[in-house]
Ligand binder design. Structure first.
Ligand SMILES: NC(=O)c1ccc[n+]([C@@H]2O[C@H](COP(=O)([O-])OP(=O)(O)OC[C@H]3O[C@@H](n4cnc5c(N)ncnc54)[C@H](OP(=O)(O)O)[C@@H]3O)[C@@H](O)[C@H]2O)c1
Length: 433
């Protein structure tokens, strides 16, 4: 098998390390695309690094021109590890048009171009595999596809972003501020200089959409997935959780609902969970996904969601499937759409202290035709569960408020209304309860 690797960063090098570590040398790295060639010394060093897994002459392995790869007929598979969306899409599109299989670790590109990529792979009779794109090293995508084909998926829930899990974990375990925990994540290379995709839930949104598309054999758009991040969490929210024996995790969910399972509810929320929940125990930058299927019930997968070797492992597992003539099939055979109107949630809302209570209540009133009940609460340990059980009608909006804090529990808004609330009060921290 002759492959070309696009990019030579964390994932690409991890992939090479895993290939080098295998006894079999049946996968030949014929070319590597990089943005800049680098110095002669650097090229020589990198060629040496690739030697055990490349039969190409050292001076010819690296190229900065994608056409060198597309026009080389002997390259049957392109491994995309560049990142971004439009540029890698154009490279993958060109590769598939030239009858090359594509393996990618790129969730941003996949979430944006899922339909185009899956359709192109089908028409060109090539394969598109993407195990590394969601939850890094965890063998999730292959498992999800398998469970979907065997008995159908009911729901997926997951901690899918290691950076935000690391930040929340450090805030809980070491009482760090958000800024201190983020700085630690950046120093360890978990978070980028601009961490927005991780802390605003955008990376998680890409991953849950890809998972939902694959599991439910449909295609939906990113604009229909509402994601709320952890940017505004502070130590008062952590204290609230600790007082009520809760833990906060950034959870992505997608489930099939309705009598005929004809709709999808999907969202990304910081979520307050019982400290006994399995998700609550996911430490540092690890990931966990729970898949519920008709046949198996629930299974949990836990492990490294990112990192050079774990992600390289996922890429190589895709390459071995291709090498053995096997595949998992991403199909678009159903038309199941996201229903945000019916995605009713109960939330914790801590506002900026400068927001008046009446301003919040008035805004919620403007969002809905339903009656709003405003009640005082004086929460005790397990009151959140009790309040949820006591709620008479899921569609009524109940705002539990207290005179001496800026914390509210709001029951019964849908995700579109919560999105408007978060845009209006953009310093507030919102979590699902
Ligand atoms: N890192 C992880 O743990 C991880 C886990 C799962 C998935 N992923 C995904 O895997 C992909 C790669 O991530 P990474 O961490 O390996 O990124 P990275 O370390 O930044 O590496 C990206 C590589 O691509 C090269 N590149 C960028 N644009 C290019 C272009 N137009 N033409 C040629 N080369 C180009 C970069 O070159 P320069 O060095 O010149 O910029 C760099 O070598 C991303 O989609 C990411 O989301 C990463």
């Amino acid at each position: 098998m002759n492959i070309a690797i696009l990019g030579f960063g964390v994932v690409a090098r991890g992939t090479c390390e895993i290939l080098k570590n295998r006894k079999e040398k049946d996968i030949n790295v014929a070319k590597v695309l990089r943005r800049n060639m680098g110095s002669t010394k650097q090229v020589a060093n990198d060629a040496k690094f690739l030697k055990p897994i490349s039969k190409t002459a050292p001076s010819k392995i690296f190229t900065c021109d994608i056409k060198d790869i597309i026009k080389t007929k002997s390259i049957d598979t392109v491994v995309e590890c560049i990142g971004g969306d439009d540029i890698p899409y154009s490279f993958c599109e060109a590769a598939m048009k030239a009858k090359k299989n594509v393996v990618t670790s790129n969730k941003k590109m996949l979430a944006k171009y899922y339909k185009k990529l899956i359709t192109l792979a089908k028409t060109k009779k090539v394969l598109l595999l993407f195990e590394a794109s969601v939850c890094g090293g965890i063998p999730f995508i292959n498992t999800l596809s398998n469970m979907s084909n065997v008995s159908g998926i009911n729901s997926i829930n997951g901690i899918m972003n290691g950076t935000s899990n690391y930040i929340l974990y450090k805030m809980f375990e070491e009482d760090l501020s958000f800024e201190e925990a983020l700085k630690g994540a950046q120093e360890l290379g978990y978070a980028e200089a601009d961490p927005s995709d991780d802390i605003d839930g955008i990376d998680t949104k890409n991953k849950i959409l890809i998972s939902s598309n694959l599991a439910f054999k449909t295609v939906n758009n990113l604009k229909d997935v509402h994601a709320f991040g952890i940017r505004n969490i502070d130590i008062s929210d952590i204290s609230f959780c600790k007082k009520h024996k809760l833990v906060c995790k950034l959870i992505a969910s997608a489930s099939l609902v309705g009598n005929k399972k004809s709709q999808i509810l999907i969202d990304v929320f910081p979520t307050f969970l019982s400290n006994k929940d399995s998700f609550a125990n996911i430490s540092l930058n690890n990931n966990m996904v729970r898949i519920n299927s008709f046949g198996l019930g629930s299974i949990d997968l836990v492990g490294a969601g990112a990192g050079s070797l774990p992600t390289g492992t996922a890429v190589v597992s895709d390459l071995l499937l291709l090498n053995d003539g096997k595949e998992y099939k991403a199909e678009i055979s159903k038309n199941i759409k996201i229903n945000n109107e019916q995605n009713i949630c109960d939330i914790y809302f801590r506002n900026d202290s400068s927001i008046e209570k009446d301003e919040l209540i008035n805004f919620i009133e403007s969002l809905t035709k339903n009656d709003i009940t405003v009640s005082n609460f004086n929460l005790k340990d397990d009151d959140i569960e009790r309040l949820k059980l006591e709620r008479e009608n899921g569609k009524d909006i109940v705002v539990y408020t207290t005179s001496n804090t800026n914390t509210y529990l709001i029951f019964g808004l849908n995700v579109i209304q919560i999105d408007k609330l978060s845009k209006k009060f953009n310093k507030a921290f919102i979590a699902k309860i």
